[in-house]
Design a protein around this ligand. Structure first.
Ligand SMILES: CC(C)(COP(=O)(O)OP(=O)(O)OC[C@H]1O[C@@H](n2cnc3c(N)ncnc32)[C@H](O)[C@@H]1OP(=O)(O)O)[C@@H](O)C(=O)NCCC(=O)NCCS
Length: 213
């Protein structure tokens, strides 16, 4: 299990291209997800920054969703849609970091920062200890451990803020996301309705995820 955020700031897990899992060094102001950042190494040795989303990320987020393959976009939005509306972009960037927290994974190529992964939780209006999770990784970066890393960082923040139960709605043919949750030991409570698998897991079950971050 990861230590609390304040301790994580000083921690540095070893990170080599040979590691079987991706790894990260965490920084930012203690207990303030608004300034969260981590330098991470994916399983194949690529370097990414994992940081809190910013209001000026709108264009980069738009590009992120546009660059998802039709299948990935379908799995993320439950429809073939490729473009996100202004309102949806605002819901990702204009956030309070209390009820909603969004992390992005970025890389720099030819001097421009690109969002290659995103993970968000939204706290349930009726239960402050429960949150809905969603994530996406652009196709070229999938299978490198980035989804696992992003979710681990997000769950670390959630835990520090008292969120102890998580839900994720996943299409039943989204074997990658279901595999990710299963491999992490999280897919404990499942119910399927109209091809959507409703996965619920608790903080204790998230421990195996957190060790990957
Ligand atoms: C789901 C998603 C975020 C995973 O991101 P990722 O960076 O590829 O995930 P990881 O590399 O960390 O892989 C996690 C695990 O998923 C599982 N997995 C990957 N591909 C799989 C497949 N085809 N079948 C079953 N399990 C699979 C594996 O257990 C894998 O771990 P391993 O490679 O160590 O065996 C990414 O595929 C994605 O963005 N998909 C489109 C959008 C989406 O489905 N979002 C989720 C709905 S909210």
């Amino acid at each position: 299990m990861l230590p609390a955020l304040g301790d994580r700031r000083r921690s540095h897990q070893s990170s080599t291209a040979q590691d079987s899992t991706a790894s990260a060094t965490v920084g930012g102001r203690e207990n303030d997800p608004r300034s969260y950042f981590a330098c991470a190494v994916t399983r194949d040795g690529g370097v990414v920054e994992i940081r809190a989303v910013r209001p000026d990320d709108t264009g980069r987020l738009c590009e992120h969703f546009c660059s998802l393959s039709p299948t990935s976009a379908y799995f993320r939005f439950f429809s073939p849609k490729r473009r996100v509306s202004e309102r949806e972009l605002a819901s990702l960037t204009d956030i309070d970091f209390v009820r909603k927290v969004t992390l992005v994974a970025t890389v720099c190529s030819t001097g421009a920062e690109r969002i290659v992964g995103l993970a968000q939780y939204v706290v349930d209006d009726n239960c402050r200890q429960r949150a809905q999770l969603a994530c996406s990784v652009v196709d070229a970066y999938q299978g490198r451990g980035l989804g696992t890393l992003l979710m681990g960082h997000l769950l670390g923040i959630a835990r520090a803020r008292g969120v102890v139960e998580f839900v994720a709605d996943v299409l039943s043919d989204n074997h990658t996301m279901l595999g990710l949750l299963t491999k992490s030991g999280l897919a404990t409570h499942r119910s399927t309705q109209a091809r959507v698998v409703h996965v619920t897991f608790s903080d204790a079950e998230a421990d195996r995820f957190l060790t990957a971050a």
